[in-house]
Write a protein that binds this ligand. Structure first.
Ligand code: SAH
Length: 208
């Protein structure tokens, strides 16, 4: 039997109960071993529907929020996705099952090194990472079909909006500490259209 199989099944049921219906997203959550993305001491909690601390005062998001954000990206398997905030690499691993390629930027080297190692270990080969300031985006690989932020800026940097394709979707937490909302932004010929999903609590998007 796979490790954590019961806990995993329980989590999927919880997410379904909370309204997550996207079968591809649920399947990705089933396939990614979340216990590998947290410290050994927290592994027993890996399949609780809770955010958990990772190194350097950062957090791995609650599975429900990972599911909501992944579903909101409306991926078909063909997209190139930019992620700001690699952190543990968990969200990137989930996306790797749902799109063609993930480009993920992290500003803290120790986190990035660990994330790269984990992704290699679980044989995820379509995630490319880089160390840097996410506010600049990834100009050489732009424009992107989708962009996801896993850290919250007070307002979305223009450089990132400009790297979203026409027809593309961005999902991001926006706002300061106690006042963040998860938003989706769709880009069309006419401009950017924003919709609010729910209040959230993410670590801040740090501008270097
Ligand atoms: N997606 C991650 C969540 C990690 S928390 C996961 O699944 O584990 C958010 C991450 O954003 C932190 O690791 C933090 O260091 C990073 N971050 C914050 N501001 C950033 C910036 N300007 N550029 C790149 N990464 C940033």
């Amino acid at each position: 039997m796979q490790p954590f199989q019961n806990e995993k099944a329980q989590l999927i049921m919880t997410l379904r109960g909370m309204g997550i219906v996207d079968a591809d997203v649920l399947s990705a959550i089933e396939q990614v071993p979340r216990e590998m993305f947290v410290a050994r001491a927290l592994q027993a909690h890996a399949y609780e529907n809770a955010s958990l601390p990772i190194a350097m005062d950062q957090t791995i998001s609650q599975p429900y929020i990972v599911a909501i954000m992944s579903a909101a990206l409306q991926l078909t398997g063909r997209e190139r996705v930019l992620e700001i905030g690699t952190g543990s690499g968990y969200q990137a691993a989930i996306l790797s099952f749902l799109c063609r390629r993930v480009y993920s930027i992290e500003r803290l080297r120790p986190l990035l090194v660990d994330a790269d190692n984990r992704l290699r270990e679980i044989r995820v080969t379509n995630v490319t990472t880089r160390l840097g300031d996410g506010a600049r985006g990834w100009p050489e690989a732009a424009p992107f079909d989708r962009i996801i932020l896993t850290c919250a800026p007070p307002v979305i940097p223009d450089m990132l909006l400009n790297q979203l394709k026409i027809g593309g979707i961005m999902v991001a937490p926006v706002g300061r500490d106690r006042n963040q909302q998860l938003v989706t932004i769709r880009r069309s010929e006419a401009g950017f259209e924003e919709a609010t999903l729910l209040p959230v609590k993410f670590v801040p998007f740090v501008e270097d």
